[in-house]
Design a protein around this ligand. Structure first.
Ligand code: ADP
Ligand code: TRP
Length: 326
C-alpha cells in the first residue's frame, strides 16, 4: 500500500435481495469511497450468512447475485479488491487465535446476539462467535477504516478490544481499526414509513421488475390530506425517497408543489416512479451484461481473492510466529 494511504474494508452478507435502503445506506457510499484516495477492500460475507443456515443453492446464488449488483452499481474491480469471504480461508485461522483471547462475557454482551436470543432463536456456536470472525475479517487485512451501519458499532468495539488484547499479549502486530459510522439521517424509509428492511417486508428492490416496482411505489403510505390542501414534504415518505434520487432543482420544485396544494400524492408517486426508473436504467443495463457473463464475475472475485489472500497470508505469518505456532 502506498505511503499515507489507508485501507478501507467492509463486508455485506448475502442474505436477501438488495433494496433501496441497502443501496443508499451502504452500497452507494462504499462505491463513492473508491474516489477518496484510500485503498478499498470489499467482500461478500458468505460465512457470516451461514450462521442462519440458508439453503446451499440459495447461499451460492445470493453471493454471486450481490457481487453482480455491486459491480453493476459501479464497484470498480480495478481499483477495489472485491472478493468472497470464503475464498480466503486464512481468516479462520486468525479467528481461532483471536477466539483464544476472547472472554465469553464479551460475546454474551453483544446486542445483536442478545436480540436474536430474545426473539426465540436457538443460537448455534457460529452465531455466538460471529463477532470474532468479523474481527478476523477486519484485522487480517490490516484495515484502518471500517464503514458500517450503526447496528455494527458494537462489533467494531469488539474488534478493537481484541486487537488491543492481542498487541498487549504478543507485541504491536495488528492495526487497531476505526469505525466509520454512517450518518443516522441516511435511514431510508420503506413503503410503510418504518426503516426499509427485508425483515419488515416494506422494501423497494434495487433491481425489481419495473411494473411490480411501480405498483409498490403507488402503495407507499401517505397521510390523508385532501388533494387541494397544502402538504408537508418533510413528513412524507414519497418525498423522502424522491430526495435520494432527484437533483436540488427537482427537489425544490416538488417541495413547492407540496406546499402550494392542488397536487395529490398520486402525482408525487408518479414523479418518484419516473425518477427511480431514470436513476437505475443504466445500472440495470450493466447488470444484464454481467448476468449474461457469469464467468467474468467469477474471474473478478477470484482475482480479488488472490490479492486479498496475499495480504492475509502476510498478517497470518506474523501472528503465527508471535503466538508460537507453526
Ligand atoms: P436489512 O435490514 O434489509 O436486513 P441489512 O441489515 O442486511 O438489511 O443491511 C445491509 C446494509 O445496508 C447495512 O450496512 C445497513 O446499514 C444498510 N441498510 C439496510 N437498510 C437500510 C436503510 N433502510 N437505510 C439505510 N441503510 C440501510
Ligand atoms: N456483520 C456485517 C453486517 O451484517 C457484515 C460483515 C462481516 C462486516 N464482516 C465484516 C462488515 C467486516 C464490516 C467489516 O452488516
Amino acid at each position: 500500500m502506498a505511503e499515507g494511504r489507508k485501507r478501507v474494508l467492509s463486508g455485506i452478507q448475502p442474505s436477501g435481495t438488495l433494496h433501496l435502503g441497502n443501496y443508499f445506506g451502504m452500497m452507494k457510499p462504499s462505491i463513492e469511497l473508491q474516489d477518496s484516495g484510500q485503498e478499498c477492500f470489499y467482500f461478500i460475507a458468505d460465512y457470516h450468512a451461514l450462521t442462519q443456515m440458508p439453503d446451499p443453492k440459495q447461499l451460492r446464488e445470493r453471493s454471486v447475485g450481490v457481487a453482480v449488483d455491486f459491480l453493476a452499481c459501479g464497484l470498480d474491480p480495478e481499483r477495489t479488491t472485491f472478493f468472497r469471504q470464503s475464498d480466503v480461508p486464512e481468516v479462520h485461522e486468525l479467528t481461532w487465535i483471536l477466539s483464544c483471547l476472547t472472554p465469553v462475557g464479551l460475546l454474551e454482551r453483544c446486542h445483536s446476539y442478545k436480540d436474536k436470543i430474545a426473539r426465540g432463536l436457538v443460537p448455534n456456536h457460529g452465531l455466538f462467535s460471529y463477532p470474532v470472525l468479523m474481527a478476523a475479517d477486519i484485522l487480517i487485512y490490516g484495515s484502518h477504516l471500517v464503514p458500517v451501519g450503526k447496528d455494527q458499532k458494537q462489533h467494531l468495539e469488539v474488534t478493537r478490544d481484541l486487537a488491543i488484547r492481542f498487541n498487549n499479549a504478543y507485541g504491536e502486530i495488528l492495526v487497531v481499526p476505526e469505525a466509520m459510522i454512517r450518518d443516522e439521517v441516511a435511514v431510508v424509509p420503506g413503503l410503510d414509513g418504518q426503516k426499509m428492511s427485508k425483515s419488515y417486508d416494506n422494501t423497494i428492490e434495487l433491481f425489481g421488475e419495473p411494473k411490480a416496482t411501480r405498483q409498490k411505489i403507488m402503495r407507499i403510505v401517505t397521510d390523508s390530506t385532501p388533494m387541494e390542501s397544502p402538504k408537508n414534504p418533510d413528513t412524507c415518505n414519497v418525498f423522502a425517497l424522491y430526495t435520494l434520487m432527484a437533483s436540488a432543482a427537482e427537489i425544490a420544485d416538488l417541495r413547492a408543489r407540496y406546499l402550494a396544494g392542488g397536487m395529490g400524492y398520486g402525482h408525487a408517486k408518479q414523479a418518484l416512479a419516473e425518477k427511480y426508473s431514470q436513476t437505475f436504467a443504466g445500472l440495470r443495463e450493466r447488470r444484464q451484461e454481467l448476468l449474461a457473463d457469469p464467468r467474468r464475475v467469477e474471474d473478478i472475485l477470484q482475482a480479488g481473492a488472490a490479492r486479498a489472500r496475499a495480504v492475509a497470508r502476510e498478517t497470518l505469518n506474523r501472528v503465527r510466529a508471535a503466538v508460537g505456532v507453526g
